[in-house]
Structure formats: structure tokens, C-alpha cells
Design a protein around this ligand. Structure first.
Ligand code: NAD
Length: 368
């Protein structure tokens, strides 16, 4: 049987994950998705009990699970805890121990929310792009790094952008696989004009895609031009693969195209297992723990629900169920049901639970 570990975390994390749990149960009852669910603490909640942002036991469960569904961590009450025990350390440990090197951030614009984008409706309506960001290498981890006192009243800050062939190859394969399942178009972004690491990235991506994914249409775009193209004509892209630093920036730009933080899912994947072919995976909303609205039942659960849809598609290979869940969310938005963060005139405002109810009703209606 499949097994999922749920790590709700802090703030609105437990509220939105409560709705995801109800949706998982629905798929069990209505669509035969047999799964064992376990739950554990992460972030500030884990710190309060274990003095660490994730316990070794929870970490072991994560390593054994088919997928981890993560809520959010953090809050002002843990602002002053020791650096290594801060809530975010739980997420960082999960990413590094599970070897999650590929971060998938879809930017989908629901027609009903196209007016919430900072771009004009016709530029974003129907937008569906997937940004694949390398997550464990590049300038955020490269050595040497640090701040050096030069002794003459000057200091020097250093970070190193570094990639090796295997790191580029494996992220290119993840992106290639995704593009094959989508529109068969892949764009790769770097700065080969000024950085040797960009040149290497460009050459290795080209090698992998032309030899292993010959059906794909591959395009290389300089990262600065890519930022511009994303706000000029975002629909030109299907899958976009890039490194850790540029991915950080380009995926935030893409996020803004779709309107609200409460709508954005993400997935992080590791290398495929040699025997099962299945990758370790963690699915999480892009937003944080939203302390300003925590405990009020107001949070939008759609980002977490859409993250579970990604788990259905990419870990459990239940594409039809993922489509059904995404269609149910679209249906609910088309009917004018809204949480406060995406509220528009003439729509019906509901809370976290109300949005969960609406998605469940739509699933039942569309799943017949
Ligand atoms: P945030 O994403 O928590 O909130 C930003 C704003 O968006 C807030 O006004 C919030 O109310 C709103 N918002 C976010 N998600 C929403 C949702 N689902 N429904 C409705 N409104 C929503 O970012 P922040 O305020 O910068 O950070 C708050 C805490 O979360 C901090 O402790 C931060 O470190 C942490 N954080 C955690 C993660 C994570 O767990 N992956 C990510 C980002 C921030």
C-alpha cells in the first residue's frame, strides 16, 4: 500500500492540511486510492516538543514514505530560537536528507482569477507553465563562501556559483521527462554570455535533451531576457529549467503572474530509486505559515490541495485523479466561491473549511 506522511507544521499549516486530509479520504472512498496516512510534527511545533525542528523519528518516517505533504513552518514566537533549531531548519533537513534536488513550481492562471494578476487578462488567461529549479547546488551552497576582513578597513563577501556535470544532467532529465508529459517544449535559462558555469549548463542540458529526449523542442534563453519574457509574453513557455539562483527569482516572477500566494503549489523531487523508479518527494504550498490569519479559519487551502494534485500526478501516477482534482478547483472558482485572499465583488466568501466543502462537492459532482 502507498503511504503518505503529513507534516502540517505551524500557523495555517494544520488548517489547510486538514482540508487536504478530507480530500485524500474522498479519493480513497470514491476512486480507490488506498493509502496509509501518518502525521508528525515539524517546525516550531516540533521544536516545542523535541527541541529540534524535526525529530529523527519523523525524519525516518519521511525517508520511508512515498510522499511527504508539508504545510508551512515558522512564526514570531520562534524568531529567537537557536539558528540550527529554527523552524525552517526542519524543511532544509528534509530537502537535504531526502536529496530533493528538483523543485517544480507550476504557474497556472485560473480564468476566474485572471483579473487578480498584475498583467493584463489576455496575457495570463490560460497560462500553464512549469518552472523546474535546481535546488541543492549552485551559488547558495558553493565553496568558498564567507565574509573576509581585508585588514584595510575593507571587507570582501564571496559566494561561488558552481555546478558539476551530474547535477546538470539529473535536473535536465527531470525537466525533459516533464516536458514529454506536457507540451514537448523545454526552455533552459542561464547566463552563458558572462558565466562559465552558465556555458557548462547550456552544453550539458543540450547533450541530455538532444540524446535522451530527441522529440523535445529545446530553446536556450539568457536569464535576464527570460525575466523580461515572463512578464512580456509568459504563455510562450511550457517547461522552463534553470539553476538555483535564477530559479529562485524566475519562479517568484511567475508566481506573481497568477495572482495570489494562497493558490501556488510546489513539489520537490529526488533521484529515481534504482529498483522502483520512484523518486523521493515532498509537496508543499509556496506560502508560509501566515501568522496574521492563523487560527481564524480564513486561510485558502487551494495551494495545499493543488500540491496534493501534483502528488497524485507525479508520485502516484494517477493523472486522471489529478485532472479531476484540478478541474474541481477550477469549477469552484468559476462558481464564484472565494476565500478572503482572492475575494472579488459579487463572489461568495468562505473560510478554509467552506473552501474544502466546495472542492469536495465539486469532486462528487464531476467525479460521477
Ligand atoms: P506568508 O506566506 O506566511 O504570508 C504572506 C501574506 O500572505 C500574509 O498576509 C498571509 O496572510 C497571506 N497568505 C499566505 N498564505 C495564505 C493562504 N493560504 N490563504 C490566505 N492568505 C495567505 O509569508 P510571511 O508572512 O513572510 O511569513 C510568515 C512565516 O512563514 C515566517 O515565519 C516565515 O519564515 C514562514 N515561511 C515559511 C515558509 C514555508 O514553510 N515553506 C515559506 C515562507 C515563509
Amino acid at each position: 500500500m502507498e503511504n503518505i506522511l503529513i507534516l502540517p507544521g505551524d500557523g495555517i499549516g494544520p488548517e489547510v492540511m486538514g482540508e487536504v486530509r478530507r480530500i485524500i479520504d474522498w479519493f480513497g472512498e470514491a476512486r480507490g486510492f488506498q493509502v496509509t496516512l501518518d502525521e508528525d510534527l515539524v517546525g516550531g511545533a516540533a521544536y516545542e516538543v523535541h527541541g529540534a525542528a524535526i525529530s529523527d523519528a519523523a525524519m525516518e518516517k519521511a525517508m520511508q514514505s512515498d510522499a511527504v505533504l508539508f504545510g508551512a513552518v515558522g512564526g514570531p514566537q520562534w524568531d529567537n530560537v537557536a539558528y540550527e533549531a529554527r523552524p525552517e531548519a526542519g524543511l532544509l533537513r528534509l530537502r537535504s536528507d531526502m536529496g530533493l534536488f528538483a523543485n517544480l513550481r507550476p504557474a497556472i492562471c485560473f480564468p476566474a482569477l485572471a483579473d487578480a494578476s498584475s498583467l493584463k487578462r489576455d496575457l495570463v488567461e490560460g497560462l500553464d507553465i512549469m518552472i523546474v529549479r535546481e535546488l541543492t547546488g549552485g551559488v547558495y551552497f558553493g565553496e568558498p563562501r564567507g565574509i573576509e576582513d581585508l585588514g584595510n578597513g575593507q571587507r570582501r563577501g564571496v559566494n561561488t556559483q558552481v555546478y558539476e556535470t551530474y547535477e546538470i544532467e539529473r535536473i535536465a532529465r527531470v525537466a525533459g521527462d516533464l516536458a514529454m508529459k506536457r507540451g514537448k517544449r523545454l526552455a533552459s535559462s542561464e547566463k552563458r554570455n558572462v558565466m562559465e558555469s552558465g556555458l557548462l549548463w547550456n552544453e550539458e542540458v543540450t547533450k541530455i535533451i538532444t540524446t535522451e529526449f530527441p522529440e523535445l523542442q529545446l530553446e536556450h534563453v539568457l536569464a535576464d531576457n527570460c525575466a523580461m519574457q515572463l512578464v512580456r509574453n509568459p504563455k510562450q513557455y511550457d517547461v522552463l529549467v534553470t539553476d538555483n539562483l535564477f530559479g529562485d527569482i524566475l519562479s517568484d516572477i511567475a508566481a506573481m503572474l497568477t495572482g495570489s500566494l494562497g493558490m501556488l503549489p510546489s513539489a520537490s523531487l529526488g533521484a529515481p530509486d534504482a529498483t522502483t523508479g520512484r523518486s523521493k518527494s515532498l509537496y508543499e504550498p509556496v506560502h508560509g505559515s501566515a501568522p496574521d490569519i492563523a487560527g481564524q479559519g480564513k486561510a485558502n487551502p487551494i495551494a495545499s490541495i493543488m500540491s496534493f494534485a501534483m502528488a497524485l500526478r507525479y508520485t502516484f501516477e494517477r493523472g486522471a485523479d489529478a485532472d479531476l482534482l484540478e478541474n474541481a478547483v477550477t469549477h469552484v472558482l468559476d462558481k464564484g466561491v472565494r476565500t478572503g485572499d482572492i475575494m472579488q465583488a459579487g463572489c461568495q466568501e468562505v473560510g478554509t473549511r467552506g473552501m474544502g466543502d466546495a472542492v469536495l462537492a465539486a469532486l462528487t459532482e464531476l467525479g460521477k
